[in-house]
Design a protein around this ligand. Structure first.
Ligand SMILES: Cc1ncc(COP(=O)(O)O)c(C=O)c1O
Length: 342
């Protein structure tokens, strides 16, 4: 892929090879210094714990350019903190936050010409991950670990862009158990979501929103984003649960909604019985950014929101505009959420 010929505006959300990635190896209680490598294939033992018992964690972030061409990360230390929280849950070694962000900086700068220009709708997706490697057979934590950061230029996650999507409210399958690993960004949560997602797509939905695994009554999140609901009287409700990922975009949006827009934000269990009161609904996260939810399919009934589910509502639109402008430096970063990469 030659960066000079990339049609940035046409990129989809898929993996593309770029020249450099960062590798770091942990053994006998410490990390090696790490280095940039060009080979995108990993050589690991066939008995590696990550392959059989899912000892794998990851993060997902984006780097974007501002109008003057500078490169920015959005709250990368929050990803570093969450990565270490995931590591603790899966008994993996932590990485000092500065070193986590440092590895990302190095990888981005080594692939700088592949970071999409401002105004193209594309971004550089960043995928840090850690694997339990080394030879092993029994169920126990690995003795060695591999930390990798790769980057790849991407377009929007939902190809229709900022247009409402339809979600199936999943009443049978669970994404994560109540005290399982739902709060960790671990591969197992995503493999559990593949079949329900396929079923939902076969039924004509774009995505799945899961319910709590105990009562199947309270909203959790989708397979790749948190959710929020706009209620009457300037209220935004977003599910509180110990088995969902603690989305950085969702936390940021709720802070913007509360502090900058004057909304009342309720982080609480949100029941499916409240569907009829939603004025608007949205999915949010690094990949989804903010995607309006036009329709929820629950128990053979379809509930539509703003504009009969065909248009994004005003609050979702306002949040989307604010977040996307903030992330590329078009409006003042009053919360000090941007970190420059140079
Ligand atoms: C399951 C899940 N929930 C929520 C999110 C959103 O998290 P963040 O806003 O930190 O990207 C993601 C990733 O984007 C995710 O995979």
């Amino acid at each position: 892929m030659d960066p000079k010929t990339i049609e940035w505006g046409k990129l989809d959300f898929s993996y593309k090879y770029v020249p450099y990635r960062f590798h770091r190896h942990w053994k006998d209680g410490s990390w090696d210094p790490g280095q940039l490598v060009t080979d995108n294939k990993l050589l690991i033992d066939e008995g590696a714990v990550c392959l059989h018992y899912g000892q794998e964690i990851f993060e997902g972030m984006k780097a974007q350019r501002s109008q003057d061409g500078r490169i920015w990360l959005f709250r990368p230390y929050e990803n570093a903190k969450r990565f270490n929280a995931s590591a603790r849950r899966l008994l993996m070694p932590e990485i000092p936050e500065k070193e986590f962000v440092g590895a990302i900086r190095q990888t981005l700068l080594a692939n700088e010409e592949y970071i999409p220009p401002y105004g193209t709708g594309a971004a550089m997706y960043i995928r840090p991950f850690m694997l339990g490697v080394g030879e092993n057979l029994g169920v126990r934590p690995a003795k060695e670990y591999l930390f990798v950061v790769f980057v790849t230029p991407v377009g929007p996650y939902f190809k229709q862009g900022f247009k409402p999507i339809s979600l199936k409210v999943e009443t049978y399958y669970d994404r994560a158990a109540a005290h399982g690993i739902g709060q960790a960004k671990a591969g197992g949560n995503y493999s559990a979501s593949l079949l329900p997602l396929k079923n939902a797509r076969d039924e004509g939905f774009d995505e799945v929103v899961y319910l709590d695994s105990i009562q199947h009554k309270y909203f959790e999140e989708t397979g790749a984003s948190n959710v929020f609901f706009i209620l009457p009287d300037n209220v935004i409700a977003t599910p509180k649960s110990d088995s969902i990922l603690n989305s950085i975009v969702r936390r940021s949006l709720m802070e913007v909604a509360r502090q900058d827009f004057g909304y009342r934000v309720e982080e609480r269990p949100v029941s499916v019985d409240e569907i009829g009161t939603f004025l608007e609904a949205g999915a949010c996260g690094t990949a989804a950014v903010i995607t309006p939810i036009g329709c929820l399919g629950y128990l053979n009934k379809r509930y539509t929101f703003y504009g009969d589910g065909k248009e994004a509502g005003p609050v979702t639109t306002r949040l989307y505009r604010h977040l996307t402008a903030l992330q590329v430096g078009d409006i003042e970063d009053t919360h000090s959420w941007l970190e420059e990469v140079h």
